[in-house]
Ligand binder design. Structure first.
Ligand code: NDP
Ligand code: 8X3
Length: 252
């Protein structure tokens, strides 16, 4: 197809699975994240397996100046971005409101909300110029229901849902699609990050049921991005069969 796909958080989980999915479709991929060595390894593998072009850009989405200076200097041949996948994000901690760490709250808001805003604002001029584009924002079931000790993570994803709805309205006149995807529990590095490296605690999250995989989410995003130009999936919730919403699971 040879579209250009810009993915934040491509060093792991959903973002990395998206890079493989779109590369397998012959699309050219801009992969981003903070861990440069992982980006270089992924770039090498995608180029070797799929013979597509890959541009790797290492930056922290929390760093406003880095976001704008990196994106503003993208080489000309990479500027016709067709799809932006705003996926970089994280949960930090699972604590009662009064016990939660302020630094965790700030990092979640800076990454999940402000980072998404910076990247979108930096890329939009390219899409507006081309009068086409598709922004896919990573929400969560945590945007739909608040759960105990989810406080600011849930709020950050509710913000992603609202920002997506607002973008969709404001970008209508530019013919830019906006899709928000809200996954339930998916086994990636997400819980290891949330529990700050405690692998046992992270693994327990997925005990007793078959969680979603990163590939399930990549397949869904690919589907949303492959619809005819006049069709847009606005808001999509996807969970494992064993999960009804953010709160209810059937575990064996
Ligand atoms: P992973 O931890 O596997 O991947 C997270 C990705 O985000 C990594 O590539 C990481 O890259 C990147 N990232 C995190 N912080 C930053 C930052 N400050 N700047 C740039 N990149 C950053 O988790 P998932 O793939 O599961 O999560 C992806 C998204 O999906 C997140 O927004 C998450 O909230 C959401 N989500 C996850 C669910 C799940 O159950 N797994 C369910 C619902 C939503 P690096 O560390 O190299 O910077
Ligand atoms: C990640 C899924 O249930 O941990 O957004 O909030 S959950």
């Amino acid at each position: 197809m040879n579209k250009i796909i810009f993915i934040t958080g491509a060093t792991s989980g959903f973002g990395k699975a998206c890079a493989y999915k779109f590369a397998a479709n012959n699309d050219n991929i801009i992969i981003t994240g903070r861990r440069e060595e992982r980006l270089e390894e992924l770039k090498g593998d995608l180029e070797k397996k799929y013979h597509v072009k890959v541009l790797s850009l290492a930056f922290d989405v929390q760093d406003k100046h880095a976001v704008f200076s990196v994106i503003n200097t993208i080489p000309d041949e990479w500027q016709n971005i067709d799809v932006l996948i705003n996926n970089a994000g994280l949960a930090l901690g699972r604590d009662f409101f009064e016990e939660a760490d302020l630094n965790d709250w700030e990092r979640m808001l800076d990454t999940n909300v402000k980072g998404l805003l910076y990247v979108s604002k930096a890329i939009l001029p390219f899409m507006i110029k081309n009068k086409k584009g598709h922004i896919i924002n990573m929400g969560s079931v945590a945007a739909k229901e608040v759960y105990e000790r989810g406080n600011v993570y849930c709020a950050s994803k509710a913000a992603v849902e609202t920002i997506s709805a607002s973008m969709r309205i404001d970008l209508l006149r530019h013919k830019i699609k906006v899709t928000a995807i809200h996954p339930g529990a998916a086994e990636t590095e997400f819980s290891e990050v949330r529990f700050k490296g405690d692998k046992q605690l992270a693994k327990k999250v997925y005990d007793g049921f078959t969680a979603l995989s990163a590939e399930d989410i990549a397949d869904t995003i690919f589907y949303c991005a492959s619809l005819p130009p006049h069709v847009c999936i606005n808001d999509l919730v996807i969970t494992a069969l064993a999960q009804a919403d953010a709160l209810y699971f059937y575990k064996e």
